[in-house]
Design a protein around this ligand. Structure first.
Ligand SMILES: [Zn+2]
Length: 247
């Protein structure tokens, strides 16, 4: 079955809506990913993970939103950011259009941590304005999120961007990766002491913590690890979608 909403004809969409009301909305980012990963890494991951979850659960995937909220990456070439309010507005417009047609259950498949706050704001406003609940999930496997089991293969001490995890996932998903250019990151002078991590908020720019553009150790990445990571996250995400069907 064709799972991409944007490849269906209008009558096929009508057919789908007779039986189903779930749609996945992949949301990525267009931003630098160190010296070895492509600018479209998060966008590509959002779409590829969504397609895999859709295949497992029989739900549809809406067109990818490639641009996200990445002001903290703007000191690196190639990054493009929407303003906070633009992303909120685009998310609202897209979700409200989908809701209008009967997609009662929308799941934002987010692949970029920087999108978290604009997404939260959009979900709040959509709920207030339509009474409809939109969900958002992180598609990258996370120790405290979907795919937690898979993250046990990760060896690096710290990561977070174009790191062992993201590079491994990229290898499994078929991203363009120049692995011979991958460099291990060593915490730089202005980066925050890890013991304060998660406790302090400030508008940091990425280049304050890393001059190479990545955080973590992508030299530890492998396709084998990527397969375990991706399968673990897809399994957990598919379970969530199945539960959502019963709601
Ligand atoms: Zn990324």
């Amino acid at each position: 079955m064709e799972n991409r909403l944007y490849k269906l004809t209008r009558p096929e969409v009508e057919e789908y809506l007779k039986e189903n009301n779930i749609v996945l909305l992949p949301v990525g980012a267009t931003e630098q990913h160190g010296k070895h990963m492509a600018i479209d890494t998060d966008a590509y991951t959002a779409l590829e993970m969504s397609k895999r979850v859709a295949e497992k659960t029989g739900v549809l995937v809406a067109p990818l939103m490639s641009y996200g909220y990445s002001p903290h990456h703007m000191n690196f070439k190639g990054s493009v950011t929407l303003t906070f309010q633009t992303l909120v507005n685009v998310l609202k417009d897209v979700c409200k259009s989908l809701i209008h047609h009967g997609f009662e259950k929308i799941v934002i498949m987010n692949a970029h941590g920087g999108n978290t706050n604009p997404i939260k704001q959009a979900l709040r406003e959509i709920d207030d304005e339509t009474g409809k609940r939109v969900y958002s999930v992180m598609v990258y496997p996370m120790p405290n999120g979907f795919g937690a089991e898979g993250t046990k293969v990760i060896e690096q001490e710290r990561g977070g961007h174009a790191c062992e995890l993201e590079t491994s996932v990229g290898m499994e998903l078929g991203h363009r990766i120049l692995i011979d250019k991958a460099e291990k990151w060593t915490p730089e002078h202005s980066s925050i002491n890890p013991k304060h991590k998660g406790k302090v908020t400030a508008a940091y720019n990425f280049d304050e913590s890393t001059s190479i553009g990545s955080l973590g150790d992508p030299t530890l990445a492998s396709k084998e690890k990527g397969k375990i990571l991706v399968e673990s996250a897809v399994k957990d995400l598919a379970e969530f979608i199945e539960d959502l069907k019963r709601l």
